[in-house]
Design a protein around this ligand. Structure first.
Ligand code: DGP
Length: 113
């Protein structure tokens, strides 16, 4: 199920353009509009799940698929020395877009060397 007025549901439907990293029937990955690192993309389920707090046991395979895509997509996007994954959840978790998403951040971080 998708929501008419959810920004990430709109991206999943192609109604709002995005810079796609990966897509299949269940999952979409696209680059973050406001990147916090040289590599910064988001992985979302195409179906509307509000947040990690709303995940049910029957969503386990979908969540597993999303997590399982992280290393492949991170490599593909140029993360050669690791990456950071973040799932902000709910108001106190700093979640701004109420559609579940995994942030993947990486790339060279010269200020750390
Ligand atoms: P969060 O705070 O975890 O809910 O992060 C939401 C992220 O979504 C934030 O880093 C910016 C990104 N974002 C919001 N709107 C859009 C959009 O329309 N397109 C893309 N590509 N990213 C978006």
């Amino acid at each position: 199920m998708q929501l008419d007025d959810c920004i990430f549901c709109k991206i999943a439907r192609g109604e709002i353009p995005s810079s796609k990293v990966y897509e299949d029937d269940d999952v979409l990955a696209f680059r973050d509009i406001n990147p916090k690192a040289p590599v910064h993309f988001l992985i979302i389920p195409k179906q509307h799940i509000e947040s990690l707090a709303a995940v049910r046991p029957e969503d386990a395979a979908l969540l597993g698929k999303m997590i399982g895509l992280v290393p492949q997509l991170a490599r593909q996007e140029g993360c050669v020395n690791g990456f950071r994954t973040v799932i902000n959840t709910g108001r106190d978790g700093g979640q701004e877009v109420p559609h579940l998403h995994i942030h993947v951040l990486g790339g060279p971080q010269p200020w750390k060397h």
